[in-house]
Design a protein around this ligand. Sequence first.
Ligand code: ARG
Length: 547
Amino acid sequence: MYQLSNLITNLNKELKKYNINESIDLKISTIQNYDFQINNLVKFQKNKDIKKIKSSFSEIIENEPFIKHYEITDKYFINLLINIELFLPGIENLKDSIKVKKPKKIILDYGGPNIGKPLHVGHLRSLNIGRSLYQINKFAGHNVLNDIHLGDWGMPIAQIICYTDENNIDLGKVKIDDLEKIYPKASKLYSEDPDFNLKAQNVNKQLNEKKEPLLEKWKNIKSISVQSIKEALSLLGHDFDLWMGESDVNNLIPTMIKQLYEKNKISMDGGAYISNFQSDPKILITKSDGSYLYLTTDLATVLDRQKKNKFDKTIYIVDKRQKLHFEQLFNSIKFFQFGNEEFLHVEFGTVNDSKGNPFKTRDGDTKKLSELYNETILKIKEINEDLDEDSYKLLANTVLTYSDLITNRKTDYKFDLDKFTNISGKTGIYVQYAFVRANKLIENSNIDVENINLVFSDIRDLDNNLIKCFLKFEYYYFQALVNNEPHHLADYLYELSNLFNSMYQDENILENTNEIVKLNKLKIAYYFLFYSKMVMELLGIQPAQKM
Ligand code: ARG
């Protein structure tokens, strides 16, 4: 890992020795002559070990070549001055130096739409966080794959087929819009009409036995759905390496169950299979009618992925309401001795409407993602009337991504289109605007900015703030990587853009009469573009060319 993280990691480790569970927070200094400050120790002034901590901190800081000068005050504020000249030349090799020493093979399971139903607002966060974590892990040099893990098997499909049978609907002619209307009706009948319920159960059983013509009907539903899901995803700029689904592992389940039973890992209980793992509630592996559960398919998927691609780590990016499911899954993987690779549930909260209510359409259905996308485009068109279609699309995707990732993933948030499209504030529009501005500035200068060398003796304060902010990249990046939290980078992008705007607005750069100061500022704007673009890519955002 890159340099500043080393310092922070070492300080964190030191605190742990004293049983202090803090993570060192590196802030931009408010004090003249210093670049960074660390205030974590201030609240431990009365700690019995504080003297010892101070001296070991001093030792760590002194050993850090990038620290030019430092002080630890009486109140235990730590002030650091960085050797920027040592740092900046490293920008070009930043991407190499950030790479981990031992790359892992990682699979990211996200998106997870169910066929027969449209992509809706509930999928937004999984897609955004998933795509960003994909980029972040790839950037670290890991070998990553993403799998959409379609919900393409089981009861919901059986209900749709049953409904079309009952109503003589020809699945060969059905369009996605029809299909999306069928599912809610079928699901309602399933829970209210015992007769329909029985028939649907029967369809499900036959489907599990891969009986025709049911299988053909299933294929029809799947192909219509997948096509529509692919269209929606491409609009939103998402791409998947693997399009596996629950149906792909169905045939592995009987053997899996048999072996678990033989190894005495599961027992029969009133027709159902229950895990022998001690837990409350008990973990159900199959239902009493022999049908499979969500957990059954997820277990079989683990075996399938293992067989096909020996992954070191599996990350599931799924709503926090499925916490229990993943706890059960991970406990079962261990108990069944399926493997000791790493499995992780990256959970997230709910997106509500601007009033804080669940996001619904006027008919009471969950709002489709395509609708949200169209509303966002309209809003942006209202604000800026003279852009081309591609720019509107890019900005709409920026808004849908940035406003989602800026929130800590664990908290719920309100989707407020007015707020998220505001030109000032922590918005996707704001960060794109700064980017476009910097690009224009460099273009209009007609100078070969890439080859300018900074003159360190003539760097103005505001410009220096931006440079200091560049140095913080690796720290935020590292936070995002280890905690699977893109919001650190989203915050960072705002900070960068904000500091660039301060520099830009302070004085007219191109008309600056001091040539050295002008060239310095242009070069710093050039670095800003480098960082901003890199962070946008890590967030899954494409930088805008015009606005
Ligand atoms: N299709 C599931 C749902 O709608 C999400 C799938 C998440 N991935 C997984 N391997 N369980 O809730």
